[in-house]
Design a protein around this ligand. Structure first.
Ligand code: ZN
Ligand code: ZN
Ligand code: ZN
Length: 231
């Protein structure tokens, strides 16, 4: 099964911000622009610096400035949640980040079928923000909890034919899709070449996983009856 492209990270556009994009073997990160430019000035060929999460990354110079709706990030499951939340907090764009977590299109259609609350992730993240507060001194803790929740988000996996738009469904609504947790599941690494990131059949963990439901319980989100808990 493949992750549906653009299934869970797509969101509305934004203006430029003072960040650039960095890459490492694990995925894509966000780099403070000042650090990125310094790295480029030091070595244009191999601009290496630290991402917002602390990972050592190569600055993706040609991709320009980071913004949430950047084409190279829009459909990327391997976008670092710690970096994304760090940038959202630094630029005061929490609402936009919450909106980006909302399932859309085919993902939403499938989630409505499979989950009591398709909005579990954005609701949980909002509750985390409300309860921990956006206190300048305590950003690291807030980012840590938000990133943990987001890493265990439900991702829609579709059979290859559906993902490629070549299935026999008249109007494909992803009826054969399943929801999996990208953090709990085993995803193929770089050895897999073009299949990198594919969910491995021997360990594909259904979403919402225990991490997400445990966090939801801790932050007062009722996953079985969304009407029952505060949104
Ligand atoms: Zn990162
Ligand atoms: Zn998980
Ligand atoms: Zn289909």
């Amino acid at each position: 099964m493949n992750a549906a492209a653009g299934s869970d990270w797509s969101g509305p556009g934004t203006e430029a911000s003072a960040f650039m994009i960095g890459v490492d073997a694990a995925g894509r990160h966000v780099v403070p622009a000042a650090d990125a430019l310094l790295a480029i000035a030091t070595s244009e060929q191999h601009p290496i610096t630290g991402a917002a999460c602390g990972a050592r990354v190569i600055v993706a110079r040609k991709w320009g400035q980071y913004h949430r709706n950047h084409p190279v990030l829009k459909s990327d499951d391997r976008l670092c949640p710690t970096c994304v939340w760090s940038a959202a907090l630094a630029t005061g764009r929490l609402e936009q980040e919450l909106d980006a977590l909302r399932p859309r299109d085919i993902t939403l259609q499938v989630m409505v079928q499979l989950l009591p609350d398709p909005q579990i992730l954005p609701r949980l993240c909002r509750s985390i923000i409300d309860q921990l507060g956006v206190d300048e001194q305590d950003h690291p803790r807030l980012i840590e909890v938000l990133a943990h929740a987001t890493a265990h988000r439900p991702v829609l996996l579709l059979p290859e034919e559906c993902g490629d738009g070549e299935c026999d469904h008249q109007r494909c609504t992803g009826t054969d899709g399943v929801l999996a947790c990208p953090a709990c599941s085993l995803l193929a690494g770089g050895w897999a070449g073009e299949w990198e990131g594919q969910y491995q059949p021997e360990c594909t963990i259904a979403a919402p996983c225990q991490v997400l439901t445990t966090l939801a319980a801790s932050y007062g989100i009722n996953v079985t009856d969304p009407a029952d808990s505060h949104a």
